[in-house]
Ligand binder design. Structure first.
Ligand SMILES: *Cc1c(COP(=O)(O)O)cnc(C)c1O
Length: 381
């Protein structure tokens, strides 16, 4: 049997990040235990207002996870059976799943090859009388073209929910991800840029009425106990997770800077490797590099898969986000409404070419040199 020698390079390094703030985190957790206030209470309220301040004043509602956040936002906008919601095919399944859970149908659009996010021009062509929302995803930590998306949405009177699960703290023309549409949704899943020690998420909105509606839905459809007004769900960010998030929120700027610095170093180290392209940065955006995703140029996925295999043999982890676009998943592939657009060329190309490399707040220069040297060795073979 092969003996597996563990590598010191990880896709994400949650443990090293924890060790640097261990004392603060441990105290915060102990305080929640001592208070016995595990659900709601002052810790959650404090986190919601601190995150609101960090995101430029948008209202924040803590919920159980990023998928619930999407579902709650869709419910608050009244999305239901027979409705259509335009969203990219190149994303994590949760974006479309929340739509389907409400009896509505996701309608998939192709992506802009530069940002990997929804192609604003395609949205226009997909709008029908049934379209009840547009859900752009700020993939890999960079915002979609929110200026074009908001123009189209406003001209048709269609609300926008920004899936900002991967982009907390990112900006577009100075405005924070999640704060530009009617709603924004965040995930605090352990590998996300602002992450707790379990599941967590948030719904954000500048519109106090919409946020109240979301709050009502997330709390069994009731504001006043035992006076349930509508059918809601139970979706809470618990106090323990909020306490952890409060500590990490103080470091969010520093974490985003560390990711950007690591991305700059990758760009620099890859400058002589012509077989790949580095992430393209939209100059209107502040990228927070949830992922550092290169493209391995080639017609099909063979070259990319071979590189990934080569890296793996040399203890360099990498990951394909996402190997199957949503419009090709068994759930959606035969749905004529979901797959209305015939042109998924950029989504298909991205699926074949993308490879995400180790990216986290603790990544060292030496580790990045190893990653890039190993890639270079593959292309020089
Ligand atoms: C992580 C993620 C979600 C879901 O968040 P959870 O907290 O895991 O439910 C939704 N959309 C995108 C784009 C994500 O990356």
């Amino acid at each position: 049997m092969d003996i597996h020698i563990p590598t010191d390079i990880y896709m994400v390094d949650l443990h090293s990040q924890y060790l640097r703030i261990k004392e603060e985190i441990d105290i915060a957790i102990q305080e929640v235990i001592d208070s016995s206030m595990f659900i709601r209470g002052p810790v959650l309220s404090a986190f919601e207002s601190e995150l609101s301040a960090e995101l430029g004043g948008v209202g924040v509602l803590g919920v159980a996870n990023g998928t619930d956040a999407l579902q709650i936002a869709l419910m608050a906008l009244g999305v239901g059976p027979g409705d259509e919601v335009i969203t990219p095919s190149f994303t994590f399944v949760a974006t479309a799943e929340a739509v389907g859970l409400l009896g509505a149908t996701p309608v998939f659009a192709d992506i802009d090859p530069h940002t990997f996010s929804i192609d604003a021009e395609q949205i226009q062509a997909l709008i029908t009388g049934e379209t009840k929302a547009i859900v752009p995803v700020h993939l890999f930590g960079q915002c979609a073209d929110m200026s074009a998306i908001m123009d189209i949405a406003e001209s048709h009177g269609i609300p926008v929910i920004e899936d900002a699960a991967q982009a907390v703290g990112a900006r577009f023309e100075g405005r924070t991800a999640g704060s530009m549409g009617d709603f924004g949704t965040l995930s605090f899943f352990p590998t996300k840029n602002l992450a707790c020690f379990g599941d967590g998420g948030a719904v954000v909105s500048h519109d106090p009425d919409l946020l109240d509606r979301a709050r009502l839905i997330a709390n069994h459809g009731s504001m006043k106990k035992y006076h349930n007004e509508i059918i809601g769900i139970n979706s809470r960010l618990d106090a323990m997770q909020a306490a952890i998030l409060r500590v990490k929120l103080k470091h969010l700027q520093e974490y985003s800077d560390a990711r950007r610095l690591a991305a700059d170093r990758y760009d620099e180290l890859f400058s002589d490797v012509s077989e790949i392209t580095c992430p393209v940065r939209d100059e209107r955006s502040t990228h927070v590099f949830h992922q550092y995703t290169i493209r391995v140029i080639g017609g099909d996925s063979k070259r990319r898969d071979a590189l990934q295999q080569f890296l793996k043999q040399r203890e360099v982890p990498s990951f394909v986000y996402y190997p199957v676009p949503l419009h090709l998943l068994p759930i959606y592939k035969d749905d004529p409404t979901s797959c209305r657009t015939g042109t998924m060329d950029e989504t298909s190309r991205a699926t074949n070419e993308v490879l995400s490399l180790p990216m986290h707040t603790e990544l060292t220069h030496a580790q990045q040199v190893k990653v890039v040297d190993t890639c270079r060795a593959f292309f020089n073979e």
